[in-house]
Design a protein around this ligand. Sequence first.
Ligand SMILES: *Cc1c(COP(=O)(O)O)cnc(C)c1O
Length: 367
Amino acid sequence: MKVPFLDLSLQHRALREQALAALTATYDATRFCLGKDVEDFENAFSKTLHYPATLAVNSGTSPLHLAATLAGWGPGDEVIAPPFTFISTVWGISYVGATPVFVDVEQDTFNLDPAKIEAAITPRTKGIIAVHLFGQPARMQEILAIARKHGLFVVEDCAQAAGAHYQGTPVGLLGDAGTFSFYPTKNLGGCGEGGAFVSRRDELFNKAKLLRVHGSGRRYYHDHVGFNFRMDGFQGALLSVKLPHLAGWTARRRAIAARYLEGIKLADTILPVAGRREGESVWHQFTLRHPRREALRAHLAACEVGTDLIYPVPLHRQACYAHLGYAEGSLPVAERACATVLSLPIFPELTDAQVEHVISAVNGFTG
Ligand SMILES: *Cc1c(COP(=O)(O)O)cnc(C)c1O
């Protein structure tokens, strides 16, 4: 039985007629940049996921750039971030000329380890970017306490966690700013590029709104040096078609994760945590660790089970950050994760039979 790691065609086939009707309406109305379709999506996202307001933008990297700008970070400033994440998490820090300072992650969730943050704080530290990796919220209570103590600006990278809550609060509203990505492979994915910015701080949100469109609140009058981070009308229209399905997709991801957690019995395997009490994962990925990950991956491929290595190289060991001088072994938990992780298929359209096939394929590994 074939089980692809991810098959986006199933979701898009199911929504095809609705999606094409929405695109046609946008096309006929020539609402191409921002406009009603994007506003409707922003309002629906806010209402469905309980945000005071949502700013839709053109990628998941752009709101991280916005957040770094709004934080006022610049040359000479240091910003703490985890090394086990997608590179975009720290691009905003670099774009504004500040320096990422990598702090190791927790064994069990791959998220920023609060116990290791204070040792990395210097007089130059200005902020923290916490990532809710694979859909599992980071330990925000501890992170926020440290941030308050040191006066740090906190950004939550929610690119993989649309729909997740932490102690009853939607992710993105705990820190100063929250960012989302609607890249097609995300748990809420568009048909192209997209992202969003949220904040519990109105003044930050309002400034973000100006920065999104050339620093301008009034056409041809520019209060700030801004960006062009507008979302396309087509993307807003498509995301509005998809958003109502997010809760159902998340429920299905949770059911698959629960089945994997219960069914996988392979020796030497470290399974991901089932979601801490205060943070309920939306299971963007299901990522286990195994000391013979390459052999397990080959075995699963022979069983027609697709897998992925997310992520093979930690950020502090990327060529683009070689100048920061992190030696091999400097952040051992993240490095160990990169060497042992393997992500299994967990998209909502998987059938029960496919899920069972993945479990028996994993349990059948004898290498
Ligand atoms: C996808 C992703 C982003 C943003 O990516 P874009 O490709 O710009 O949408 C940022 N952070 C994390 C953790 C991501 O997974």
